[in-house]
Design a protein around this ligand. Structure first.
Ligand code: A2P
Length: 280
């Protein structure tokens, strides 16, 4: 769980992150993050729109873990359209989290309804605030979420500090191959949210067979697939036993045939959303 990937800017990032989308603010998110940190997760992923930054921050503080040993990500919401808006939202997230800096800050969605059709200009404007926050020491790395090539291309042209991460929904039934290939071609690291397909793919019978053959759960097999593809999965759970299960991934390896079988599940559930029909 403390194993790391290297980001394109040289930062280390723990290979499994703890997802908090749909973890309710208050006791639920607080306890989930607290359990995750006790279990050994050192990478927590939240967002302004999840509405749980205060609870996440409180759990981080109460854990007593050194800030330097944690990797914390949050995200800029669609209401930020200008450089000034984004600067305000960055400070608000830091205040809610109770942190001096976040490790990674992402534009949550590429194309907010209120910026259409000028998404490229909006993204450039908010990126300037993110770059300023990097220079001011409030953010260590910046990136995007839910971006397709057409959203990343104009950003890459104007970015002074390049995006190091693009966080997208990836699980065996939604493999987003085009975006992954674009990320790889541009040295952008791929994070996978909803790596369990929001829990909807765990009943696929072939996955159950594979899991049984390794004496692991389906969730563990699916997360292991994500790691072996080189992605960084961000499983979400508010259930202590599952939080622990989802962290127990480093004592087995899927063989090539099983990876191929799982690769073949692409498209059977179709959960991924079009970023132009956002959002969370
Ligand atoms: P819960 O939070 O109630 O434990 P994803 O990370 O793909 O978005 O999936 C999250 C969903 O999957 C949540 O509904 C979560 O439920 C459920 N979940 C998380 N881990 C497991 C697991 N190990 N086994 C079964 N369901 C899980």
């Amino acid at each position: 769980l403390t194993a790391t990937y290297l980001l394109p800017n040289g930062m280390k990032i723990p290979k499994v992150g703890f997802g908090t989308w749909q973890s309710k603010d208050g006791e639920e998110a607080y306890q989930a993050v607290k359990t995750a940190l006790e279990t050994g997760y050192r990478h927590i992923d939240t967002a302004a729109i999840y509405g749980n930054e205060e609870s996440v921050g409180r759990a981080i503080k109460d854990s007593g873990i050194d800030r330097a040993d944690l990797f914390v990500t949050t995200k800029l919401w669609d209401t930020a359209l200008t450089t000034e808006d984004a600067a305000v939202e960055i400070n608000e997230s830091l205040n809610k989290l109770g942190l001096d800096y976040v490790d990674l800050y992402l534009i949550h969605w590429p194309n907010p309804i209120s910026s259409r059709p000028h998404f490229a200009q909006r993204n450039e404007r908010v990126w300037r605030a993110m770059e300023q926050a990097v220079r001011a020491g409030k953010i260590r790395a910046i990136g995007t979420s839910n971006f397709h090539a057409r959203h990343l291309e104009p950003l890459l042209e104007v970015a002074e500090i390049k995006p190091v991460v693009n966080q997208i929904m990836i699980n065996p039934t939604d493999q987003q191959e085009e975006i992954v290939a674009f990320n790889q071609a541009h040295n952008i690291f791929t994070e996978a949210y909803s790596p369990l397909g929001t829990g909807k793919i765990l009943s696929i019978p072939e996955l159950q067979d594979i899991a049984a053959s390794y004496k692991k759960s389906v969730a563990q097999v699916v997360l292991r697939w994500s790691l072996q593809k080189g992605y960084l999965p961000l499983p979400k759970s508010v259930t202590p036993a599952r939080i622990k299960e989802n962290a127990d991934l480093f004592d087995f390896e899927l063989d090539e045939n099983d990876i191929k079988t799982i690769d073949g599940f692409h498209g059977i559930a179709g959960l991924a959303r079009n970023p132009d029909e956002n959002s969370h």
